[in-house]
Ligand binder design. Structure first.
Ligand SMILES: C[S@@+](CC[C@H](N)C(=O)[O-])C[C@H]1O[C@@H](n2cnc3c(N)ncnc32)[C@H](O)[C@@H]1O
Length: 267
């Protein structure tokens, strides 16, 4: 299941938010629901923000795609969340989902799960409002640029989070290392980076189109993160059962979540 590298322009021209959401997050058949990734990431994000106390003024969610689940715990710990993604349709879909517009993907069961984990008795509707009020905007961004938000220069933030994006944006491991440096420039020293990636995946199907994925391993991620001036606070990998049909859609064998603290700038 090799495919040529699908660059950011392929995302811009061909990515279908609805096809992606149905294949990966459909509550019954979604590949990342069935393989446990979604529950894993929700648990780890809750742990980072609510138990480990990662908090602050601003969090940037890079490569959010058309999903909002990743911001549900963060909106309790940050005054503002800024979204950032290269693809226009994904930024539009993300904004429409935040406004809870009719016809957008229904995240209610996921939102309920996060409210239950938080245990504060918040209703799904209250959580949706909280999220809508906390995500202030979403910006065009290209992680391949030294300043991913160019031409904007933002004050450095307390947390940068990127879930399932960087392995899509990079054609090779050296580029991945550079991209980590690029996103690190957005962060204050002492701030946190949160990255979650699928591992050992070479491609995935979405909306009838096959996209390339950079093959990552836990070992590479540990060294690349440390080399970029981060101290790893928490890193966990979960494994996925082999299933031929599911692997034909997306062939990762595991998923990784990492929380790391920026200790220095690396040129
Ligand atoms: C698999 S999708 C999004 C995943 C989503 N965060 C999730 O958790 O399901 C990958 C995202 O990476 C974004 N992307 C690809 N190349 C990029 C680049 N060079 N800079 C910023 N975003 C990029 C795409 O636009 C897309 O929204």
């Amino acid at each position: 299941m090799e495919t040529d590298f699908t660059d950011k322009d392929t995302y811009q021209d061909l990515f279908d938010p609805e096809g992606y959401l149905d294949t990966y997050y459909n509550p019954k058949s979604g590949l990342l629901v069935v393989d446990g990734f979604l529950d894993f990431v929700l648990r780890k994000l809750h742990d980072a923000f609510c138990r480990r106390g990662v908090k602050g003024k601003t969090l940037i969610d890079i490569g959010h795609g058309p999903t909002i689940y990743q911001d549900l715990s963060a909106c309790e710990s940050f005054d503002e969340i800024i979204g950032a993604d290269y693809t226009d349709v994904n930024r539009k879909y993300y904004e429409r989902s935040l406004r809870n517009e009719p016809g957008t993907f229904n995240w209610d069961a996921v939102i309920q799960k996060v409210c239950d984990m938080e245990g504060k008795g918040m209703s799904v509707e209250e959580k949706k409002k909280k999220l809508e009020n906390t995500v202030k905007k979403t910006l065009k961004c290209d992680v391949l640029q030294k300043n991913p938000l160019e031409p904007l220069v933002l004050p450095k933030v307390d947390c940068v989070m990127s879930i399932g994006c960087l392995e899509c944006a990079c054609s090779d491991l050296d580029t991945y290392r550079n991209v980590l440096k690029n996103v690190s420039t957005l962060l204050k020293i002492g701030g946190y980076i949160i990255i979650s990636e699928i591992l050992n995946c070479s491609s995935y199907l979405s909306g009838g189109k096959r996209f390339s994925c950079l093959v990552l391993t836990e070992e590479f991620m540990r060294s690349a993160i440390a080399e970029t001036g981060f101290e790893i606070v928490d890193l966990e990998v979960i494994y996925r059962k082999y299933d031929k049909d599911q692997y034909e859609i997306c062939n990762h064998d595991s998923s990784l979540f990492v929380l790391a603290r920026k200790v220095k700038d690396v040129k």
